[in-house]
Design a protein around this ligand. Structure first.
Ligand SMILES: Cc1cc2nc3c(=O)[nH]c(=O)nc-3n(C[C@H](O)[C@H](O)[C@H](O)COP(=O)(O)O)c2cc1C
Length: 167
């Protein structure tokens, strides 16, 4: 697993190649295996595969131009009726998002996390474009596709970020 963690990079160039339904299901299964506060699993996933929807999302999201090349995207949303502690809801969705990235990496599918929450305008525009109910909060969008770029292994050691016992 640690190999996968270091292999994962944000991929923003994709080949014109369809991601099979089974791969999407496997990615969703991984998302749903994420930890969640009180084990509420108050998340929803909108799988977007229609070209015109992906293209429009690329226009709405200011840093989402790669959606024009993506073969699919997954919108990770939280249900604030099911988990009313919204801070937890966002963290649960973030954990699910990371699982999506890692599972995609394991399937040799490129991915990039596009931030939605807490950007009010993106939340509102994407929520209304994809018909989200009022209680469903869009948290992150993951663009997916077979990679048309290669990136080196992540080398993230930050000695100054580590504090033993007390700060
Ligand atoms: C909360 C969050 C929001 C992000 N939003 C965007 C985004 O809008 N567009 C984008 O291209 N990348 C986005 N990224 C990806 C980061 O830019 C990327 O993870 C970072 O530059 C490190 O590169 P790596 O993922 O290849 O290790 C986001 C990542 C996170 C965690």
């Amino acid at each position: 697993m640690s190999k996968l963690i270091f292999k994962r990079r944000s991929i923003r160039r994709f080949k014109d190649e369809v991601i099979p339904d089974e791969a999407i299901s496997q990615i969703l299964k991984a998302a749903m295996a994420a930890p969640s506060a009180n084990n509420l699993k108050a998340w929803h996933f909108v799988v977007i595969t229609k070209r015109e929807l992906l293209d429009h999302l690329a226009l709405i999201h200011p840093y989402g131009k790669m959606l024009q090349q993506a073969n699919a995207a997954i919108l990770v949303c939280g249900d604030n009726q099911k988990q009313p502690v919204t801070g937890y809801l966002y963290m649960d969705c973030a954990a699910a998002t990371q699982n999506i990235l890692l599972e995609a990496t394991s399937l040799e599918i490129g991915s990039v996390w596009l931030g939605i929450y807490p950007r009010e305008l993106r939340m509102q525009q994407i929520g209304s474009f994809l018909n989200l109910p009022e209680t469903i909060i869009p948290v992150s969008l993951v663009a997916l596709g077979y990679p048309a770029e290669r990136k080196p292994i992540n080398n993230p050691w930050q000695a100054d970020a580590i504090h033993y016992n007390k700060w």
